[in-house]
Design a binder for this molecule. Structure first.
Ligand code: DI6
Ligand code: FE
Length: 399
């Protein structure tokens, strides 16, 4: 059945950020058939007509970097950080990622699902229709698998597309203390092929940082991913510049994420490789960081810029992509248009989904959000206010 969504301001988020002020969208079988000005609408057969009363429509939002599946919280660590204890100190004392690892290992699949679902619902309420979810708090084969199975179960239970990422190389588990090379070898040679064999892995990520894994270790993992035909991405240059993003660009990484300490040469290498620079301003805010990502260099190099929540219990306990947009504009200096492209077109590319979603053009998924706003700039303007009217996923109204 053909559906006509008419009388709308349609922000397509295509390369030239085309807006149709008297726009319409034709959808069929979950796909967009046509988008444009109503006056230019092609003759079509009978359609169910939805009058949107002049509302704004954007593509469904895409949160391309999350650690949404986890157990417990680290609120007490946050309280300690407020009193002056550093993130690194807490991690060295056995807290941090390892504290969440213990909570995840102790949780059943059902408990993990039940704790993660409300966070997903918060994102759904803002019009997020596609999300990436990483493992990385299990750090055994069984527990990484458990996290990824929960991510898949969330997709089955909610109207959302979930892309899974294996982030076993998040932190060195206690079983491998002092043996990071051995750990990378086991993850590369045993865990990755096993989890991929179960259909649980859409991409592979690594925390490339002085407190994570070095560039050589990251590259061994990337080679293993390439051997299985899996795309890679990297947590890079967040606290220092290790040169990870240039290596990632050589491996045609989908994205490098954080990048507070990136250089113009990193930006150019990523741009040449089509690697998306993912900005994570909520982590920057929560860690009270001072070093901003070099936005001017990314613009100069024409590196695509995405924005994500980084939803995680340690550095970014946030479930609002709209707030991440606000922070990316005010804290990092992105324009409103850059922020919108960063949660649609460029976020889709960061997931390798650019041929299927992220823009409102013919042939793409009929995923879109209908907003109670007067201008599209409102999407990065409000702080803690959600102007979503309703959400359409695969051509159906889901909320
Ligand atoms: N993503 C991560 O994996 C780490 N920082 C980030 O932005 C830390 C996550 C954590 O502390 O649990
Ligand atoms: Fe992260």
């Amino acid at each position: 059945m053909l559906t006509l969504w008419r009388n709308a301001h349609v922000a397509t988020c295509d390369d030239s950020m085309t807006v149709y002020e008297q726009g319409a969208i034709l959808t069929r079988s979950g796909q967009i058939e046509w988008v444009g000005d109503e006056s230019a609408m092609p003759k079509s057969g009978p359609a169910e007509v939805r009058d949107l009363g002049g509302a704004w429509v954007t593509p469904g939002l895409i949160d391309c970097h999350t650690h949404l599946v986890f157990a417990g919280t680290r609120a007490t660590e946050y309280a300690e950080r407020l009193k002056g204890r550093s993130y690194a100190e807490i991690a060295r004392a056995g807290g941090g990622i390892l504290s969440t690892m213990r909570a995840v290992r102790g949780a059943s699949e059902q408990e993990l699902f039940d704790q993660s679902a409300p966070r997903l619902q918060s994102l759904l309420a803002e019009g997020v229709t596609t999300i990436e979810i990483k493992s990385g708090y299990g750090l055994t084969l069984a527990d990484e698998g458990k996290m990824l199975r929960v991510a898949r179960a969330l997709q089955r239970s909610f109207p959302i597309t979930v892309k899974t990422t294996l982030l076993a190389a998040h932190s060195l588990p206690p079983e491998f203390a002092g043996r990071a090379d051995d750990y990378i070898q086991v993850v590369s040679e045993d865990w990755l092929p096993a989890l991929h064999g179960e259909g649980l892995v859409d991409a592979v990520d690594v925390f490339c940082e002085s407190i994570g894994f070095n560039v050589a270790q990251s590259e061994r993992l990337f080679d293993a991913a390439a051997a299985l035909g899996l795309p890679v991405k990297m947590h890079a240059e967040q606290l220092s510049n290790l040169g990870g993003s240039q290596m990632a660009a050589r491996h045609q990484a989908l994205s490098c994420d954080h990048l507070e300490f990136s250089t113009p040469a990193d930006a150019a290498a990523m741009s040449a490789a089509g690697t998306v620079a993912v900005m994570l301003p909520v982590a920057f805010y929560c860690l009270a960081e001072g070093h901003r990502p070099p936005i001017a260099a990314f613009r100069e190099a024409r590196t695509p810029l995405a924005i994500a929540t980084d939803c995680n219990p340690g550095s970014a306990p946030g479930t609002s992509l709209l707030l991440a947009m606000s922070m990316a504009t005010r804290l990092f200096g992105l324009t409103s248009d850059e922020a919108l492209a960063g949660v649609t077109r460029h976020a889709a590319r960061a997931l390798g989904e650019q041929d299927r979603r992220g823009v409102l053009t013919a042939g793409k998924a009929a995923d879109f959000v209908i907003w109670n706003i007067r201008s599209v700039e409102e999407l990065s303007y409000w702080i803690g206010f959600n102007p979503r009217r309703s959400v359409v996923r695969a051509g159906r109204v889901t909320s």
